[in-house]
Design a protein. Structure first.
Length: 437
């Protein structure tokens, strides 16, 4: 979620120095070594990728399948030149949950919205091919990007606190499990070494789950009923007699999801800039931002079409590349194939579904806080001057509207939360005059 802009250079023009990689982008490791490296990427993305569908009540098997297939689609779109893994996006959780609730549990609005978000990526890619990229930096400077990311994180705060059991008349067992889960993730984040340090949420899930099991909070019924091997629980926009179905829906609940694409495109640019610095490449120039956006967008559209969450580039996997100095695209490709294989093991995905809300809540307190803190990091690193009144106006209005539950009902369009904050931030940045001196 670190957005790659610079005080004097655009995100596309940052200099990258030559780095010493063990395996470069086009190189392939030996089979056994490559398999271990691929599993490492699976572990890195696993905790966050499964957390999104668990929070939204979506099939974990579909999210895993979509992340693997989406990563393969991305590799085709970028001509296998960028070592990026795509996993479930957190940016759309609030909007999708709100749409599902407004539709009485029907997923049609959420899935349609995310599907068209993917198409928006493709349209923006086309515009970039024609118009270039300078306009992106004008529309999304750090003063807009930072508060947007903060709103994404803190907009989920209530969900995390409720799941963790910090509510009136809560079961003390849930609170204990949530606290222990939180502490495991926090201590591994601060004291972990090597590979362990980049999978704190996976260890937190395991530790919290074991404790919850001991306290009698786990129900194994779904695992006993599940088959060892079964197809992922796809949702499709037509009836098949095998999978659940939904319908394409174009009402206000769906339309409210679309503006969040502004946020995730900004994250996309930042993630590729950081990866370029790690690998000594300029991916936004070669293969080009238009290709990376098409890969990300088509992957998201395909995921939504089959009932999965939005996809996004994963910083966890970028961290693995930075730590191992292995930037091989083939390693990422094999990690995607492993994720797809996991999605067909019914008992495995059923076991994941038995994780109590307290475990997810304890981990989410840290996770969502980290997301929000990344927004602060953008503002600090890009040295945004809050001595300028226009910057105070932009950030304060975005934070209050995004976190205060503001809703703008325009009839066919109903904007709220992150979407409303993003649009207000972009508009204010364009119309407020810059101060002199």
């Amino acid at each position: 979620m670190h957005v790659g802009e610079h005080e004097h250079h655009t995100a596309l023009d940052l200099d990258v120095s030559k780095v010493d990689l063990i395996l470069d982008v086009e190189e392939k490791p030996e089979f056994a070594q490559g398999l271990l490296l691929s599993f490492q990427h699976v572990f890195a993305m696993f905790g966050a990728t499964i957390l999104v569908p668990l929070i939204l009540g979506m099939p974990v098997s579909v999210a895993l399948f979509a992340s693997g297939v989406g990563t393969l689609i991305y590799q085709v779109a970028t001509k296998a030149k960028v070592p990026v893994y795509l996993g479930s996006s957190f940016a759309y959780i609030t909007a999708m949950a709100t749409a599902n609730e407004a539709m009485g549990g029907n997923v049609s609005a959420a899935q349609t919205g995310v599907f068209f978000v993917g198409l928006i990526y493709v349209v923006i890619a086309g515009l970039i091919s024609v118009l270039g990229t300078k306009w992106i930096d004008k529309v999304l400077p750090p003063i807009v990007i930072g508060p947007m990311i903060i709103v994404i994180g803190l907009g989920l705060a209530n969900s995390a606190v409720t799941s963790a059991g910090f509510v009136a008349d809560a079961d003390w067992r849930n609170i204990v499990v949530a606290i222990v889960t939180f502490l495991i993730a926090a201590f591994i984040n601060t004291n972990g070494k090597g590979f362990v340090k980049i999978i704190p949420f996976l260890f937190a899930i395991i530790g919290g789950y074991i404790l919850a099991l001991g306290l009698g909070l786990v129900d194994f019924t779904p695992v006993l009923e599940a088959k060892w091997f079964e197809l992922p629980s796809f949702y499709l926009p037509f009836k098949t007699g095998v999978f659940k179905s939904y319908e394409f829906y174009f009402g206000p609940e769906m339309i409210a999801i679309l503006p969040i694409a502004v946020v995730t495109i900004a994250e996309h640019i930042g993630d590729h800039t950081v990866l370029g610095q790690i690998t000594g490449r300029q991916f936004l120039k070669e293969p080009g931002l238009q290709r990376t956006l098409i890969g990300d967008g088509v992957a998201t559209a395909v995921s939504a079409f089959i009932g999965g969450p939005a996809n996004t580039t994963y910083g966890e996997n970028t961290g693995v590349i930075g730590m191992t100095r292995v930037a091989s695209v083939s390693v990422i490709r094999n990690a995607a194939l492993i994720a797809i294989a996991f999605s067909f093991f019914g008992k495995f995905t059923a076991l994941i579904s038995t994780i109590p809300n307290a475990v997810l809540g304890g981990m989410s307190i840290l996770l969502y806080g980290v997301i929000a803190s990344n927004g602060l990091k953008v503002l600090i690193e890009r040295q945004v001057d809050f001595g300028q009144v226009r910057n105070l106006i932009i950030s304060s209005s975005m934070l209050v509207l995004g976190l205060g539950g503001a809703v703008l009902d325009l009839g066919a369009v109903n904007l709220s939360g992150t979407a409303l904050a993003a649009i207000v931030g972009v508009v204010l940045n364009l119309i407020l005059p810059k101060e002199q001196g």
